[in-house]
Write a protein that binds this ligand. Structure first.
Ligand code: ASP
Ligand code: MG
Length: 406
């Protein structure tokens, strides 16, 4: 019998009515002749509320990570039991499990643990007995029995890991949106739902601020070749399929556009240009856990270099502390700019087509958006721009590549 794994995110299980609706949906799927596993998140904003409580009792100190996991995992435990009750009330047979009970074993890096193995024997036994199996997303257990979590948004990782371990026929991710869009529909009214998109494009868009699915979930899905169906729990429409790259995808030059709207730039001028300097700078930055976005180095007159990189605005104050020290150490000047944004286009087909960059730059020029920096990967072109131009820029590149509704 085919297995379908269905994951319901926080908004899709936010209250009793929605839990019952999700349960009903799982039963409909089961009645079509499938074995059904449900992976669920904590209800609504529960996890945020728990994080906030932890901060309150800790009074500004970082809470012990082990206890953080112990706390956050309770959110999902609430949902699994309520879901199993709803399923039973609607006439199905159901059983819920925490990660510890079925053996989703992770390493011991608390708050961002990685799954090492999943023992699916128990799930298979229960499925064979005709039950809907409800599994707590986001959590794991170490070999020593400590509760762990997989990082915020981690229920998606559980979904994909379970689907892979069970070799499920379908892996469905239910949220409150219809799927993946060609751009954020809140900013671009003409944005269209994407029918199929590759893992690589998803990863690239995620790195540019499109937070539809946890990156690790997509990486996992790519590694085990698990197609993910993104769907809306509020309707029956087909959503977006995330799949391996196919030949026909290569015809589409650009699949989506993205905007990161809160960026800052750090610039180091008069940097001595000899081997080891960049390594030293970025080693120090990494050691202080500052996450660097794009890096650009240019050579000026007199053999001195300029090194610039972007960071999320939230990282700027940490970055400043580190960079000021580095600048003093190697006798160069540091400058900081806020109010920047980055607009990107992503597409597998870019590798086979020419003129993509030109088209993007022209669209921005026509909209009078000034480009401050350009960075690329094999399947992405990004332009750093002023924050105030962000929405205009996203709309104009989106339309330039004909991504909008026909
Ligand atoms: N409840 C967790 C969170 O809010 C995990 C998830 O929703 O995927 O981050
Ligand atoms: Mg959540």
């Amino acid at each position: 019998m085919s297995i379908v794994v269905m994951k319901f995110g926080g908004t899709s299980v936010a209250d009793a009515a929605r839990i019952r609706a999700a349960a009903a949906r799982a039963i409909r799927t089961q009645k079509k002749g499938h074995q059904v596993v449900m992976v669920v998140s904590a209800m609504g904003k529960t996890t945020d509320v728990l994080v906030d409580l932890a901060e309150q009792v800790s009074r500004g100190q970082a809470p012990p990570k082990r206890e953080m996991d112990q706390l956050l995992a309770t959110g999902e435990q609430v949902t699994i039991s309520l879901m199993a009750m709803a399923l039973e009330e609607l006439g199905a047979k159901a059983i819920s499990f925490t990660a510890g009970q079925i053996g989703i074993v992770t390493d011991d890096s608390h708050t961002k643990a990685k799954i090492k193995s999943i023992d699916v024997r128990q799930i298979r036994r229960q499925l064979a007995a005709g039950k809907v199996v409800v599994v707590a997303g986001f959590q794991g257990v170490t070999e020593d029995g400590a509760v762990t979590t997989l990082g915020r948004g981690g229920s998606n990782v559980t979904l994909v890991a379970i689907a892979a371990a069970l070799k499920a026929q379908a892996c469905e991710n239910y949220t409150d949106v219809d799927g993946m869009f060609t751009a954020d529909p809140n900013i671009v009214p003409t944005a269209r739902k994407i029918e199929r998109i590759s893992y690589d494009e998803m990863l690239e868009l995620a790195s540019q601020g499109v937070n539809v699915l946890h990156n690790r979930a997509v990486e996992f899905a790519k590694k085990y070749n698990v197609p993910i169906h993104l769907r809306n729990s509020g309707n029956e429409r087909k959503g977006t399929m995330i799949v391996a790259t196919t030949k026909s995808m290569e015809r589409i030059v650009v699949s989506g556009a993205a905007l990161k709207s809160k960026l800052a730039r750090v610039t180091l001028r008069n940097v001595p240009n000899h081997p080891g300097i960049a390594a030293r700078i970025f080693h120090t930055i990494a050691r202080h856990d500052v996450v660097v976005d794009d890096i650009i180095q240019t050579l000026g007159d007199g053999g001195k270099a300029t090194i610039a990189f972007t960071v999320d605005l939230g990282e700027l104050s940490d970055a400043k502390k580190v960079v000021d020290e580095i600048a003093a150490g190697i006798k160069c000047q540091a400058a900081y700019e806020e109010k920047l944004a980055k607009v990107s286009v992503v597409g597998i087909g870019m590798q086979m087509h020419t003129g993509v960059a030109e088209k993007m730059f022209k669209a921005l020029a026509d909209a009078k958006v000034n480009i401050q920096n350009i960075t690329t990967s094999e399947i992405r072109i990004s332009c750093l721009i002023a924050q105030a131009d962000g929405h205009t820029a996203l709309r104009c590149v989106h339309d330039a590549f004909g991504l909008g509704k026909k």
